[in-house]
Design a protein around this ligand. Sequence first.
Ligand code: SAH
Ligand code: SF4
Ligand code: F3S
Length: 452
Amino acid sequence: MTKNLFIKTYGCQMNVYDSDRMAGILKPLGFAPVDAPDQADMVILNTCHIREKAAEKVFSELGRIRQMRDARRAGGEDMVIGVAGCVAQAEGQEIVRRAPFVDIVFGPQSYHRLPEMVARAARAAGQPILETDLEADEKFDNLPTDTETTGPAAFLTVQEGCDKFCSFCVVPYTRGAEFSRPARDILAEAKRLLAAGVVEITLLGQNVNAWHGEAPDGADWSLGRLIRELAGLDGLRRLRYTTSHPLEMTSDLIAAHGEVPELMPYLHLPVQAGSNRILEAMNRRHDRDTYFRIIDRLRESRPDLALSGDFIVGFPGESEKDFLQTLNLVERVGYAQAYSFKYSPRPGTPASALELQVPEDEKSDRLQRLQDLLNRQQLAFNQATAGKTLDVLLERPGRRDGQLVGRSPYMQAVHVSAPAHRIGSVAPVRIVEGKANSLSGIIDGNMTGEAA
Ligand code: SAH
Ligand code: SF4
Ligand code: F3S
């Protein structure tokens, strides 16, 4: 008998990848994914702890899920409730205390033990199970590597965890120490994705460019080398990787941007702040000039590289003068797209204990000013593509009938009129209009749509 599984995913792309693995490992137990929680035999919230708002969402969602379980129980059925991800890792005890009706609380390094936990939950009825071991080495060997999500673009985790310890960030505590998967496993997983019809792979890691792994011949490969190997696989059209730390942008990786046509001209390279004083307090381990130099070298290697970033405003002690340095850095780099956040003090991180926390209204004001600038840059970048022809990977149906949505090489969403059977192909699209968050265009009629 099939059982309904509902997984709700919060946070970053790695959680999306992990949710897919969880669905995979539960499949042999008869679980099949459904789109809504109310009729689910098992609900898993795959959570994010990065900012306070993200973490708090989990508790309100759990309240709603509990009501759904009560309704099911009233009808003679049941529901297993699990909390996975970074909130489970960081606040496992707190979840058990605040939401004792949860059956399983398990962190990112224990997903391979999910079937065993489900069995234990059935026996332990009413007694929450807590699994927050942080050893990374067993996990990948014991998770299914076939993707459950079908589509032409897929994620592939190559690295997990972080040893950087930026003073504001929970990731080193929720994901554990940096761990790189061996190249052999990554190549095998990539081949399976390609065989299943995937044409674009995004390599994932909290510090993806710190990846270095044992090659099939025993040598130690860098990410640049891995990218070259992956690019040579049959059927692979596009490669991306995220998220990178500026200090791990090696010469080899920078060169790959100029030399590997499959590596897309888009890079998410967070800098967080533009003031050297704040960068130091954040423990980012580099200054603004180092960042500028890396950007210059990347653009020498690949002149049309589009850049994306993450920014935090209102880090403790950030003055107006410091903040102006962030605006200045943004002006100087020019981003195609970026994420920006108000600093959120996270329990257990060094920055949360600092004095001189910036008042909330000041944070809001700075965020507004930064986002105004970033939005102007993004719009200008999108508008500049009008009249050009870009290769667009058609990924999925759009909202309107007969419309498909795809991605440009620069990660822009592109809307075109095209029949559904074109999904999965890379089509040359003449861009008609660039808007704030997307482009629209027409497929170039003279082409087959299969051209690179
Ligand atoms: N290197 C990581 C970064 C994860 S966190 C990765 O793989 O994506 C994503 C972004 O969240 C960070 O770059 C940072 O800009 C932001 N962030 C992290 N901790 C934060 C905090 N305490 N308050 C506000 N933003 C935060
Ligand atoms: Fe967090 Fe810094 Fe590690 Fe990124 S590099 S995950 S921001 S500690
Ligand atoms: Fe959030 Fe954990 Fe990802 S804290 S951003 S889900 S690594």
